[in-house]
Design a protein around this ligand. Structure first.
Ligand SMILES: *[C@@H]1O[C@H](CO)[C@@H](O)[C@H](O)[C@H]1NC(C)=O
Ligand SMILES: *[C@@H]1O[C@H](CO)[C@@H](O)[C@H](O)[C@H]1NC(C)=O
Ligand SMILES: *[C@@H]1O[C@H](CO)[C@@H](O)[C@H](O)[C@H]1NC(C)=O
Ligand SMILES: [Mn+2]
Length: 325
């Protein structure tokens, strides 16, 4: 459908990598919708070129440069800069309905059925389930709504300093008014939720549709050895979403990095992929080796064991076997 679109936002080259993977994951699952990426003016030429190959439409949003109500709102609330850029999605009025997705999400199945929902549909935030999570939401572009959102921002600010606070304040009847606007949690399957409610993940996790890489460390902050299929970096965070993180990197290394190479040509750039030897030169960085036993114990006690990796049943059994012998 030409008048419906998935929309994402990339403010810089790091988030642009997330947007590339998200767009590719939507394409790979045969979406019939248009794909739109909003970018900040900092996104480099080669990254813009790759985004243009994946997305139908790329729009540079420079709130500082717009000279309109968004700029005025921004001058009153400079702290909400990225939020104003995100709210810009309401101005895409050549579409009648859109689904916004954060650049740190990835789809693992076709989710075009989300377009059957109405504004504002979103999934509950696991941290505070009477709030919706603003990483994935259904909306209707409208200049009028955009204006009201900007006015709301300047008057009330954001209770969490970001777009989720603004949107929950504005669409404040979400929790109570219409249950059809509550997306099932599988649309915001945070890796964290897997560990806080493991029995539910075992029951429903196979139906995951969207993975949202929450937390400070984003998939693109790690490095990856494509040959060994090994991720290295900050294990504190990596341990909470090992298999989805590997899916992200497999897609990125296989489909995105070749496009980046074509666009950068002879210019060097940071792909995040490493050769085998630099990996073994720095074994401390390897995923399984980095967490100290105290940190692991703490994670266990918080119910956040690394069930799929270091604390998997096979590893525990092996350890028990050595004691028994
Ligand atoms: C890129 O943008 C994100 C979100 O706007 C921000 O949190 C992050 O610090 C930026 N990264 C860099 C390297 O500038
Ligand atoms: C997408 O469509 C192609 C071509 O019709 C098909 O081969 C492929 O299996 C589809 N992919 C998915 C995930 O359904
Ligand atoms: C998903 O859940 C996390 C917490 O696990 C929350 O912080 C985030 O905002 C939620 N995102 C979406 C899209 O629901
Ligand atoms: Mn996010």
């Amino acid at each position: 459908m030409a008048d419906q679109a998935f929309v994402t936002l990339a403010t810089n080259d790091s988030y642009a990598r997330g947007a590339m993977v998200l767009g590719k994951s939507l394409r790979n699952h045969n979406t019939s919708k248009k794909l739109v990426v909003l970018i900040g003016p900092q996104v480099s030429e080669p990254c813009q070129a790759v985004l243009k190959r994946i997305y139908d439409e790329l729009k540079v949003v420079d709130v500082l440069d717009s000279g309109d109500t968004a700029h005025l709102a921004m001058m009153k609330r400079p702290d909400l800069g990225v939020t104003f850029t995100k709210l810009h999605c309401w101005t895409l009025t050549h579409y009648t309905k859109c689904v916004f997705m954060d650049a740190d999400t990835m789809v693992v199945s076709n989710i075009d059925e989300l377009f059957d929902r109405e504004e504002l549909s979103a999934a509950p935030d696991p941290g505070w389930p009477d709030c919706f999570n603003s990483g994935v939401f259904v909306f209707r572009p409208s200049v009028e709504t955009h204006g009201k959102l900007l006015a709301f921002c300047t008057e009330h600010g954001s209770f969490d300093g970001g777009d989720q606070g603004v949107l929950n304040g504005f669409f404040s009847d979400w929790a109570t008014a219409d249950i059809s606007k509550h997306l099932p949690f599988i649309y915001n399957l945070s890796s964290i939720a897997i560990y806080t409610y493991l029995p539910a993940f075992k029951q429903y996790g196979g139906n995951a549709k969207v993975v949202h890489f929450l937390g400070k460390t984003k998939p693109w902050s790690y490095t990856f050895d494509p040959k060994a299929k090994r991720i290295s970096g900050n294990v504190h965070e990596a341990a909470t979403h090992p298999s989805f993180l590997l899916d992200w990197w497999t897609l990125y290394a296989g489909s995105i990095v070749p496009m980046l190479h074509q666009q950068y040509g002879d210019q060097p750039f940071h792909s995040g992929c490493v050769e085998g030897e630099s990996q073994s030169a720095n074994p401390q960085q390897e995923l399984e080796l980095q967490m100290s036993s105290e940190e692991r114990k703490e994670k266990w006690e918080q119910g956040q064991a690394d069930y799929m990796g270091q604390d998997s049943f096979d590893n525990i059994k092996r350890k028990l076997d050595t004691f028994l012998k």
